[in-house]
Design a protein around this ligand. Structure first.
Ligand SMILES: NC(=O)c1ccc[n+]([C@@H]2O[C@H](COP(=O)([O-])OP(=O)(O)OC[C@H]3O[C@@H](n4cnc5c(N)ncnc54)[C@H](O)[C@@H]3O)[C@@H](O)[C@H]2O)c1
Length: 439
């Protein structure tokens, strides 16, 4: 079967390369010509474990191609996956401009039956709206079906997540379209991956419900961490004991500077907005958004308070990506907090194993120095702040770090270190929700 995937970002490229690996012929389309040129020559334009190898293998075997020509790709395909971006507008509304421009282009070039699959995260009702738009704008009337197939992969483990998902959700009106999409995912079906076959609206809402629930877990544990600091309790033990309860589970119970990324923040805002519009207020989602914003501000106040002001203070920052194993800085707490530190007059020395090139584009400030490693970032600083839990930071030599710092102050937002051990090295150490000096 030949399929088209429109959008070669984190979701589209993983989808395209993985489906080619399943044995399908895949055309990946993007409007960004430079990206397509890079991909055609085997260069993956962002960092994602295992993706380059997957792309190379399927380029070599001829099942994966890259093009800017949507019309030609669609003509050869039975199924078209839409995996373009759906960022939020300043007022929090999801910007469906990229989706709509793909739909317009499809309406102009569909010349026989097609299954149009939305993989992008889109507000409930979007698939049905796409049905209407295609019907109205088709250049010549051909049959088609629209399917909602939300994606749950996580950046950093996207290939693995796509290849071994917890479930595949397929929302559709038509049995024929469901059968075609199931056939595409047949290798997973044989692996006994659960399939949830449902309506368009339910599929769309499942995605928002999952992200809102996971974000709620993060905000819950952050609030508990804040309480731990006041009562002298240890959040890591609270979280561990909670997670050992099968009804709760250990995932997403790690306190820190608040969640970020290109999905949770925007999806929560979109869900809250849908709730308000439809008079089914999503009070929990609204509160989680607020807690998350406060958590970021808290980190800033924490550093500012402990250092007694920030003017001309030199801060080492370890980690800029919104999470480890990715170069993605969209919505990253580190970037938001660095901006605030800079506004308050601080000087930053930053190091991230993968996200410095992207950071330079948004934190292009003479007061930020990008460093080749953690030790260089710590050299001469008044405090070191661990913002992202990259594995390599767990193994840094703290004695060496201390020897190069101006003052041995360590803010460990991700609780990478044992407070006792770090304090034994005569650091002033602050973890999130750990026993020790109150903050
Ligand atoms: N990133 C994630 O972890 C993740 C996980 C699950 C779901 N999602 C959802 O998947 C969608 C895509 O996310 P992403 O992170 O891959 O986005 P992205 O911004 O990384 O990629 C989007 C791509 O679409 C291309 N594009 C835009 N308009 C186009 C057009 N008209 N024609 C062809 N190409 C076009 C862009 O050039 C870009 O390469 C979003 O809705 C997101 O919410 C993302």
């Amino acid at each position: 079967m030949h399929i088209t995937v429109v959008g070669t970002g984190y979701v589209g490229l993983v989808t395209g390369a993985a489906l080619a690996d399943f044995g399908l012929n895949v055309s990946c389309v993007d409007s960004d010509r430079r990206k397509i040129e890079m991909l055609s020559s085997g260069t993956v334009p962002f960092y994602e474990t295992g993706l380059e190898e997957l792309v190379h293998r399927n380029l070599r075997n001829g099942r994966l191609t890259f093009t800017t020509d949507l019309e030609e790709a669609v003509r050869a395909s039975l199924t078209v996956f839409i995996a373009v971006g759906t960022p939020d507008l300043p007022d929090g509304t999801p910007d469906l401009g990229q989706v709509d421009s793909v739909v317009d282009a499809l309406a102009g070039c569909m010349d026989d039956y097609k299954v149009i699959v939305t993989k992008s995260t889109v507000p409930v009702g979007t698939a049905r709206r796409i049905q209407g738009l295609l019907t109205k704008k088709q250049r010549r009337p051909v049959e088609f079906d629209v399917v909602s197939n939300p994606e749950f992969l996580r950046e950093g483990s996207a290939v693995q997540d796509f290849m071994r998902p917890n479930r595949v959700v397929i929302g559709a009106d038509s049995d024929n379209a469901v059968a075609i999409v199931k056939e595409i995912y047949r290798p997973l079906y044989l692996n006994e991956t659960p399939f949830v076959i449902t309506s368009l609206e339910t599929a769309e809402l499942i995605k928002y419900a999952c992200n809102a629930f996971l974000a709620t877990k993060v905000s819950f544990i952050n609030e508990m961490a804040n309480l731990c600091e006041k009562v002298g309790a240890d959040i890591l033990q609270v979280a561990r004991a909670m997670g050992l309860d099968n009804r709760i589970g250990p995932k997403f119970l790690h306190p820190g500077p608040g969640f970020g990324g290109s999905c949770f923040p925007k999806d929560l805002v979109a869900l809250a907005r849908t709730g308000r519009q439809l008079k089914a207020p999503q009070r929990l989602a609204e509160t989680v958004i607020e807690i998350n914003q406060r958590q970021r501000e808290r980190v800033f106040s924490w550093i500012e308070g402990e250092l007694g002001g920030l003017k001309r203070k030199k801060i080492g920052v370890l980690g800029l990506a919104f999470k480890p194993d990715t170069d993605d800085i969209r919505g990253a707490p580190a970037i938001h907090i660095c901006r605030k530190l800079l506004e308050a007059g601080a000087l930053i020395q930053a190091y991230d194993p993968a996200a410095m090139a992207n950071s330079r584009k948004v934190l292009n400030d003479k007061n930020v120095v990008y460093c080749p490693d953690a030790y260089a970032a710590a050299a001469g600083v008044d405090a070191l702040w661990i913002a992202t839990e990259w594995n390599e930071f767990r193994n840094i030599n703290l004695a060496r770090i201390k020897s190069v710092m101006q003052a041995p102050v360590l803010f460990d937002s991700r609780n990478l270190f044992d407070p006792e051990k770090v304090r034994a090295l005569a650091f002033r150490y602050f973890g999130t929700g750990r026993p020790g000096p109150l903050h």
